[in-house]
Write a protein that binds this ligand. Structure first.
Ligand SMILES: NC(=O)c1ccc[n+]([C@@H]2O[C@H](COP(=O)([O-])OP(=O)(O)OC[C@H]3O[C@@H](n4cnc5c(N)ncnc54)[C@H](O)[C@@H]3O)[C@@H](O)[C@H]2O)c1
Length: 439
């Protein structure tokens, strides 16, 4: 990264484009509007609530992040979406069942005003869904051109100075990067040939990058995590981030595991199971979509615990993740973790976590923060993968050859130090006099 001489101001409107207008997306849109109307607080959002310490402890400088770096204000945000299901924001929020009816009804006019554009959708990649609000085209490249036209039209109709796109669509089936994904030329040729290894989420990412729109992927499917799109984003100075919002059980895992490791406590096994009954749960009931999610969830512990460096503590760890579709729970997921740990002289202990969580309530502030921080990165001239946003992801996208960082505390330090650096301040090292300072 090159340090920006000057970050362009966040003037004018910012359009946040959401492919996928289900539970997470509508909860985000409703929450931003609720904050604008003073109905509810944007709890969980670093860009709205967190401070950042600058300089020495004795300097007493700890402004809000949004007062330190130039971020778009909530009042300047407009939303757009695509979804194969034609429900507007009001209907979709009701269907999602995340927010209470009194919140949804208070903002009915606003929520109804966000209507999803026809999606690039193919049931082959999300088998448990059917949709009527779908584009048709000659081939995948033609569909990408249609998305690019949507983006340009949205920019004009809503008088947006800048746009960002955050994938909030369903988890697609598991795909490995292959020959079609190597270069922009091979990718475009594959789209033209309707190659089955080009999934819809890749077409959105391509359209965004080609239109100079920063892109984040909230699901675990590949999308922009392929060499062709990474290279295109880097060359065009378009920021990218992914994959898979870090919420719920994985959030807990990346909070607990670094703590156990910090104390050099051993772990024999970590069994995680979930019940959830929303549309995401139904999609993940398909083994191929679940495999994409499973890969994303499993890699976390391995990277945090470094079994190759601590074979006696973590070399035999048995890690299992299960997701069970259970409709009565709707969006109110329950995640159980059973952790078998051992301490002094190998004596065994157990930790049980029962997290009655609301996934979309945890994901919505991530969508907002990613949109605002990617927009900041773009105005600061930062293109390609933004690893400093790993904090927000289960499966952080990294430059080729680098391993992802999963420890939430290291991720937080990287996020804040990057903000300090972007704002022309010294990074915090916690050395010397600063040692006992809190962030
Ligand atoms: N809720 C969380 O905390 C969380 C955490 C991490 C990741 N995610 C991921 O975020 C995504 C959204 O989650 P959700 O709970 O809102 O799910 P959801 O099922 O409520 O919403 C997903 C929406 O995407 C739409 N969609 C599917 N394919 C599409 C396409 N090609 N183009 C446009 N729209 C498309 C679906 O019709 C649906 O309305 C999922 O992939 C999920 O795995 C969610």
């Amino acid at each position: 990264m090159n340090q920006p001489v000057q970050i362009k101001p966040a003037s004018g409107r910012l359009g946040i484009l959401l492919p996928g207008f289900g539970a997470v997306a509508t909860t985000t849109v409703a929450g931003v509007e609720a904050a604008r109307r003073g109905i509810a607080e944007p709890t969980g959002s670093l860009t709205q609530q967190n401070t950042i310490r600058l300089g020495k402890r004795t300097d007493n400088r700890a402004p809000l992040i949004r007062d330190f770096v130039p971020l778009a204000g909530l009042e300047d945000i407009v939303f757009g979406a695509w979804d194969p299901i034609p429900d507007d924001g009001y209907e979709s929020a009701l269907e999602a069942g995340v927010l209470d009816r009194h919140h949804i009804d208070q903002m009915e006019d606003f929520l109804r005003s966000v209507k999803p554009m026809p999606a690039v959708f193919d049931k082959e990649y999300v088998r448990r869904l059917d949709g009527t609000n779908v584009k048709t085209g000659e081939n995948k490249l033609d569909l990408a051109e249609q998305l690019r036209a949507d983006i340009r039209r949205f920019r004009e109709e809503h008088d947006c100075e800048r746009l960002v796109m955050v994938w909030c669509g369903s988890t697609e089936i598991f795909l490995r990067p292959g020959a079609a994904h190597e270069t922009l030329e091979s990718f475009e040729a594959a789209m033209k040939a309707d190659d089955p290894t080009i999934a819809p989420s890749m077409i959105y990412a391509y359209a965004a990058i080609m239109e100079g729109v920063p892109y984040a992927n909230g699901a675990p499917n590949l999308s922009a995590d392929i060499p062709a799109l990474e290279e295109a984003a880097r060359e065009r100075g378009v920021p990218l981030a992914g994959k898979d919002f870090k919420t719920g059980q994985t959030l807990m895992k990346t909070i607990l595991a670094p703590g156990l490791k910090a104390r050099m406590l051993g772990i024999d096994g970590w069994f995680s199971t979930n019940i959830l009954g929303n549309r995401d749960g139904a999609v993940l009931d398909d083994p191929d979509s679940f495999k994409t999610k499973e890969e994303s969830k499993l890699s976390v512990l391995e990277h945090i615990l470094q079994p190759e460096m601590y074979p006696k503590l973590y070399g035999n760890l048995y890690h299992k993740v299960r997701i069970n579709y259970y409709p009565p729970r709707g969006d109110n997921k329950e995640g159980w973790d059973n952790i078998d740990i051992f301490g002094w002289m190998g004596y065994k202990m157990q930790i049980k976590v029962d997290f009655l969580c609301r996934d979309s309530i945890l994901a919505a502030p991530i969508v907002l923060d990613l949109a605002l921080l990617l927009d900041l990165a773009s105005r600061a001239g930062q293109g390609g993968i933004q690893e400093w946003l790993s904090f927000y992801f289960k499966s952080p996208q990294t430059a080729p050859g680098l391993y992802p960082e999963h420890d939430i505390f290291i991720q937080q330090k990287k996020l804040k130090n990057t903000l300090r650096w972007l704002g022309g301040e010294e990074p915090l090292t916690h050395l010397g006099l600063e040692y006992y300072d809190a962030e």
